[in-house]
Design a protein around this ligand. Structure first.
Ligand SMILES: [Zn+2]
Length: 496
């Protein structure tokens, strides 16, 4: 097993990862609230945890990856008062809340599939765990860590801290500062302290999503679902909990408090948080007009985008930064990533075709062998250093040079052993495809082709029958596809 180090938000240090149960990892990641289209920040966060999941699998762990769907309880403004995000959208669209949930869950899955993310092993929903949330709330009341007030139930931060809790530890917040900073009028008159947060909320008459409970009709608070579902599927204490850094406070802080209160244990060994996205150096936000959707990025139909970028280009671009650094989207950076991706994917095509000749006598050059083996080790060292995909990719480019030289004859097969060649071949393919999830893609403008045309195109690429270009062009043209699009695709196919 590789000695993997990950940065633990709880200790603010890189720590050697040791699982609770040998060879097994329990991983929980906060999923999306499905009231709107998946945004790019989601894609970055979940791609980062996809890399974690993939790398753990690659180095031999069995992983149980749980990522929830929030389909109730997340209120507009992220606080304890106001409309439910899903309920609000349902009213706007004149649909059932579950129609909203269904539509945007499907969109979320489709987007992540485009970017080649592996699905989690369990994807539980908040509405599917109302019973568990009511039970946990009851037990927190019995323990004196929560109280009912006017049909709602709140977690009592003061009581929790008096019982050895340490609210604010994860995010580095101090209770006194929080109290002076807070202008939060949520639940005013109902809460004992403005820091207390809702476990259960009484449903106002106009609130659509509601369930019966010991405290009357209502719905669960936003933070509770993750505590109940991670506990149900991963146990009292599990290995890794992840999410975007905006969830550190209050969401994850509240999760820790609820779990420690209910199950008398710190729920998580390693807390991991991904950094933000920016666009041309500015925070991505709707009000600044610099927010575009993954679909717009792929189609290239947003005023800020010079062109379309394929999902693999975007994925490759994201992985050129480590998950804890901010990631800045700009046309220049994406265009550079497009070039980089094409080169690296071209290496995949070549290395899959190359075979070590059986009729040569190897006369290995120690320096060449060392360069290759060091670069392979460099990929693993990068991944082991808190999943530094940027470092791993830099070493893949070293390997790519060797692959290209073997292909063009600049580097003779004789100068490396058969073993080094197979190590190079195996590592390049598995680090790219299995660990980074970077695969050869059919260019974006090839989407929507009939099977027949796709086969023709693939056949052309594999056999390199360049004399067939005109025939293919003709077939594409009669299918109503633009010559320009097709030409780009064919050019893409030529590259080596
Ligand atoms: Zn959560």
């Amino acid at each position: 097993m590789q000695p993997l180090k990950i940065y633990n938000t709880l200790s603010r240090e890189k720590e050697l990862f040791t699982p609770i149960h040998e060879n097994h990892v329990g991983l929980y990641v906060c999923g999306p609230t499905v009231y709107n289209y998946a945004h790019l920040g989601n894609v970055r966060t979940f791609t980062s945890f996809d890399i974690l999941n993939r790398y753990l699998l690659h180095i031999g762990y069995k992983v149980r990856y749980v990522r929830n769907i929030t389909d109730v309880g997340h209120l507009v403004g992220d606080g304890d008062e106001g409309e439910d995000k899903i309920g609000k959208m349902a009213k706007l669209e004149k649909l059932e809340p579950m129609e909203i949930v269904h539509r945007f869950t499907q969109d979320f899955h489709q987007v992540l599939e485009k970017f080649n993310l592996l699905p989690p092993n369990i994807e539980p929903t908040a509405t599917g765990h109302i019973v568990e949330q009511i039970e946990t709330t009851k037990s927190l009341i019995e323990k004196g860590l929560a109280y009912e007030s006017n049909g709602s139930v709140y977690f009592d931060i003061e009581a929790y801290n008096k019982n050895g809790g340490n609210y604010g530890h994860l995010s580095g917040r101090v209770i006194e500062d929080l109290l002076t900073e807070t202008r939060d009028l949520d639940g005013v008159g109902e809460k004992r302290s403005p820091l207390d947060f809702a476990l259960w909320k009484k449903a106002a008459p106009e609130h659509i999503m509601r369930w019966p409970s010991p405290w009357g009709e209502g719905f669960p608070g936003w933070h509770l679902e993750c505590t109940c579902m991670s506990h149900k599927y991963l146990g009292d204490t599990f290995d890794i909990h992840g999410g975007g850094m905006d969830l550190k406070f209050p969401h994850h802080e509240c999760e820790i408090a609820q779990a420690k209160g209910a199950y008398d244990r710190a729920p998580v060994r390693y807390w991991m948080h991904t950094n933000m996205l920016t666009v041309n150096g500015q925070k991505m936000s709707k009000s600044l007009g610099n927010s575009f959707l993954p679909a717009e990025l792929i189609a290239g139909n947003h005023p800020l985008l010079d062109q379309a970028y394929s999902p693999m280009t975007v994925r490759f671009f994201m992985l050129q930064s480590q998950y804890r650094s901010t990631l800045d989207f700009s046309n220049d950076a994406l265009k550079a990533a497009q070039k980089g991706y094409k080169k690296i994917a071209n290496g995949l095509r070549i290395i899959k075709k190359l075979a070590y000749p059986s009729d040569i006598t190897a006369n290995p050059d120690a320096a060449q062998e060392k360069e290759i083996n060091d670069a392979i080790q460099g990929c693993y060292d990068g991944m082991n250093d808190d999943l530094n995909t940027a470092v791993a990719i830099a070493h893949l480019f070293t390997l790519l040079k060797k692959i290209n030289s073997l292909y063009t004859g600049g580097l003779a097969f004789e100068s490396i052993s058969a073993e080094t060649f197979s190590n190079l071949q195996r590592s390049y393919i598995s680090i790219l495809e299995d660990v980074l999830g970077i695969i050869e893609e059919v260019p974006a403008d090839m989407n929507g082709l009939t099977d027949e045309l796709l086969q023709l195109y693939k056949g052309f690429k594999e056999s390199r029958q360049y004399d067939k270009v005109d025939e293919i062009r003709g077939a594409f043209k009669s299918a109503g596809l633009l010559i320009k699009d097709m030409k780009n695709s064919i050019d893409w196919g030529y590259e080596e």
